[in-house]
Design a protein around this ligand. Structure first.
Ligand code: DLZ
Length: 288
């Protein structure tokens, strides 16, 4: 059974090793488990998809590593910001994509590319959480489930490039307390989005309908009134079995999904927020 593909790149020195690791962190790769012995060190960087492609015929672009991305322009900006002056200009390919070449270390040619999307006039958020700050509100009631949701959410944030220190976790007693804490975090000005996680089980919850309606309404209201995206990872289930399925078993992990949605919403908000709004926010900051 094939498990995966690894491309080994030998760094020329410890300094180059460090610089390459920093750069791959910055562009959103998931860091694997590093190793170090007396004779050397290694650190894997993982992508959601790895493949080997054989090509025959006319192939004009040559590169050691091809990295497909969802937002080519942001990646190029990031590379330039990280001092990779070798990031070339973006060009069109003959196969309906755009690309640019970068040389992050001597002799290492990396090609970043993105498939052209049909021009639909739509703007979408990206999944790069580098530099974003998140508040995560998680309830302790049914902690057997909610802790799994939390692990899913943290996994999603880390994999998208969010740093540990940019995540604040607030634990509340039960789902009913989630909205007020979510609002407190949203109003603090310290978070770009709030991820809410909880678990209500109908069979075990008195006034299930009332609580779930109130929690959903409260979270939505906090999002609308603060202008900070809130995402919904509160399970409302018929049984414990159903909740377990949604917390990492058959039906995925709703915590992971809520966190990924939060990353996308922050990115979308940044892309679509008008200039005027940004200005008035910085004025507000100055006034404080
Ligand atoms: C009281 C209660 C009940 C019966 N069930 C749940 C539940 O299934 N999930 C949950 O998150 N919280 C539950 N709670 C607690 C309430 O949400 C709330 O924390 C308490 O009533 C205290 O205000």
């Amino acid at each position: 059974m094939i498990k995966g593909i690894t491309t080994i790149r030998h760094a020329g020195s410890a300094k180059e090793f460090k610089a390459l690791s920093k750069l791959f962190d910055a562009i959103g790769f998931e860091r694997g488990t590093p190793w170090k012995t007396a004779r050397g060190q290694g650190v894997p960087f993982k992508a959601p998809l790895g493949q080997i492609e054989f090509v025959e015929g006319l192939e004009t672009v040559h590169s050691d590593l091809w990295i497909e991305v969802t937002d080519l322009d942001s990646i190029r900006e990031l590379l330039i910001k990280e001092n990779d002056k070798a990031a070339g200009e973006i060009q069109q390919t003959a196969w309906d994509s755009r690309f640019f070449l970068a040389v992050p270390a001597k002799g290492l040619k990396v090609l970043f590319w993105q498939k052209n999307r049909p021009a639909q006039g739509a703007v979408e958020g990206d999944l790069n959480a580098r530099g974003m700050r998140f508040g995560v509100v998680v309830s302790r009631w049914n902690s057997f489930i909610t802790e799994r949701l939390l692990q899913g959410a943290l996994d999603a944030l880390r994999r998208s490039g969010c740093r540990e220190e940019d995540i604040t976790i607030a634990r509340v007693p039960g789902a009913f307390e989630i909205p007020s804490q979510a609002r407190t975090l949203a109003q603090s000005g310290k978070h770009d989005a709030i991820v809410t996680l909880g678990c209500l089980i109908r069979g075990e919850t008195t006034h299930y309908e009332h609580i779930s309606t109130e929690v959903t309404r409260g979270i939505g209201q906090s999002a609308q009134e603060t202008g900070i995206p809130h995402t919904y990872g509160v399970l409302t289930c018929e049984s414990l079995e159903q909740a377990l399925d949604r917390a990492g078993l058959k039906a995925g992990n709703k915590g992971f999904e809520a966190a990924i949605s939060a990353v996308e919403m922050v990115s979308l908000q940044r892309k679509t927020r008008g200039r005027g709004k940004k200005k008035s926010m910085s004025k507000k900051k100055k006034a404080r």
